[in-house]
Ligand binder design. Sequence first.
Ligand SMILES: [Zn+2]
Length: 405
Amino acid sequence: MDYFFETHCHVMNLSHPNFINLMGMIQAGTVDFLQSGVLSTSYLLTASNLRGNALLYSVMNTLSAFEQAIGRTFAMMEKDLGGFYLPPADKDTPTYIHDGAFSFRGKTYSKLALCPLLMDFSKNPVQWNSVYYTYEQEEKITTYANDTLDGIDQYRKENPNGLLEFFPFIGINPPVHDASFIENLLSTYINTTLDKTKETGKKRFYGIKIYPPLGTNPWPDKPKEMDKVRLIYDFCQANRIPIITHCDNQGFRGLSVKESWHNSSPATWENVLKAYPDLYLDFAHVGYQYSVADDVKKSLPIPLPLTGEWTRKILELMSSYPHVYSDISFTGCMPDFYHRLKATLAQEKDESLIRRFMFGSDFSVNLMKIPSYLSYYNLLDSSPMTDEEVQLICHDNPLGFLGLR
Ligand SMILES: [Zn+2]
């Protein structure tokens, strides 16, 4: 398959997130918030965002991508890569879709393969104690999954020559569901043939998305909770279905900072890998930990390797487990990121590490930090990554991770 893969994006509309969940971040208290690293200038308070109303425009830009139907957002992403939205003053900006073909660094690909990752915003009863209208909210993942499939169909219908191909991942937050619901999700939505041509009905998802800060402890103490996560790991390991887990110290949060970080930490996931060594597991965002202290490094003239504890742990797990991957989504918005990634790989002895990184954007969340989907591709294009490395992270590695037949 001659696909260019973008393995980490989010396409949703305003009915899908659970804004009460997100309010949990605020409820958790000011100290928690300040210590979380959210105020790091590497996260959202970037130099350009701090200028005037830029942060406000970023929020509006991000939300406007949530306002339309999913199928239209897919078409918008594709058009953006062709330069459709570029203002005349930016006409020299490189674009990647010309005459019905996607090309990058001089190589033409037959399709642009996206992995839209769904987040399971279903209600967590504990969070609803302080809310008056508690009855309106319930299970939210099946609607989101069906809307995503409808969005794919709408995109195809409206763009018969469109270059996008889709490998969506379904979100599951085990604590808010019972075991039979989870079993049902897996058997309804996952295409275990790993063959795009053998999609039937709703079996059009290719992996599971876990979002620990929304409530998933990947290795819980309570036996009932353990049974539910094991159900997922058993299914994934037996059927070679990959899992992507959110792994930076920011993002939507439904828990306290401390619990979020415990659940997200690669050290917690190591327990899963010990029990399921054949699991295909992607730690998203390279495990980046935003902190005010880390911001100092940005001012140094030579890019330093990534030294965060979570990133180090991910590299260690990659060396021990052949199916551990990491995607660079969102973290790739940092201007010096690719330099730091190269510096990191250069100092490691294990030369196979470059075979485990995957290109991903975190669109539309990444619009909080950069102006457009196109500009995220521009960052990779102008990065010091060689053409061979680009081919690995955008083609070979994602193909191996997804295990497509
Ligand atoms: Zn994401």
